[in-house]
Design a binder for this molecule. Structure first.
Ligand SMILES: Nc1ncnc2c1ncn2[C@@H]1O[C@H](COP(=O)(O)OP(=O)(O)OP(=O)(O)O)[C@@H](O)[C@H]1O
Length: 255
């Protein structure tokens, strides 16, 4: 099991400091939530961890620095992510969409890799679809699924790569509260099988109901960290994120 850790991580776009000297950890084998208001820097932090934007500071996977590695090497080392925009291939079946997430094997030539690509019916694809509750949907096309189910296809495409650490960007978007609770159970089961998960999400029921630990970002900076219970009760978080003005929060923000 691997942890993911960032130390003093910063990302700047022109004059905007989207992530500002953030230090946080997704503990090995845990489901960690990352929450914060719109524009807080959550997606940018995932982009920096996975090598999609240049950053300053350290990113460590299982204790080893990966912040100088290109995105594909980080993925090969087991750091796999999903995107807010699902980017499914509408002309491919669900099974083929998931199969497309299979990582290439080592340095074999591309025609060998093509020949060894798993098919939509391979065991790895079946297993990934089962893990998200879409077994039986392999032959359907994304257009035949609900938005929530499409999000699950994107999750299955990440799982087929057998990640050590899985970064999820708002997988509950488009899910109703029942589906989102079900997703929480599935993520907990994936964690229990040994995958470390960092979950960016606005769905508070999912985060506070299922995560082991939660980090809160605001304006690119770490605002708070704690158990879901501690985060729920934190007056500064309630003021900044949940829109509740309290005296304690005002004192906290002023400090
Ligand atoms: N490619 C970019 N170029 C310029 N500014 C960017 C870029 N990507 C993000 N930003 C800015 O960085 C800040 C953080 O954005 P980010 O998307 O990381 O926030 P977020 O917490 O994921 O928000 P949301 O919950 O709405 O997805 C915002 O001010 C955003 O406008």
């Amino acid at each position: 099991m691997s942890s993911l850790e960032v130390r003093e991580l910063s990302v700047t776009f022109g004059g905007v400091r989207a992530v500002d000297t953030v230090t946080l950890k997704a503990e090995a084998g845990k489901l960690t939530g990352l929450i914060g208001p719109n524009g807080a820097g959550k997606t940018t932090l995932l982009d920096a961890c996975t090598g999609f934007v240049p950053s300053r500071g350290e990113v460590r996977l299982a204790g080893e620095r990966i912040d100088r590695s290109p995105a594909y090497r980080r993925a090969r080392r087991g750091l796999i992510r999903t995107f807010q925009t699902l980017d499914l291939f509408d002309d491919l079946t669900v099974g083929d969409n998931v199969a497309a997430g299979t990582p290439p094997e080592g340095r074999r030539r591309w025609w060998h890799q093509l020949r060894s690509m798993p098919s939509a019916t391979s065991a790895a694809v079946r297993e990934a679809l089962e893990a998200v509750g879409l077994d039986g949907c392999a032959a359907l096309f994304p257009g035949q699924l609900s938005q929530g189910q499409r999000s699950l296809v994107s999750l299955a495409r990440a799982l087929v790569a057998r990640p050590d650490v899985l970064l999820l960007d708002e997988p509950a978007a488009g899910l109703d509260s029942h589906e989102s609770d079900e997703l929480g159970e599935r993520l907990a089961a994936i964690r229990d099988k040994g995958t470390t998960i960092l979950l960016v999400e606005h769905d508070m029921g999912l985060v506070l109901g299922h995560c082991d630990h939660v980090h809160v970002l605001d304006g690119g900076r770490m605002l708070a960290s704690g158990t879901p219970g501690q985060i729920r009760e934190n007056p500064v978080v309630r003021a900044a994120y949940l829109g509740e003005a309290t005296e304690a929060a005002e004192e906290g923000i002023a400090r």
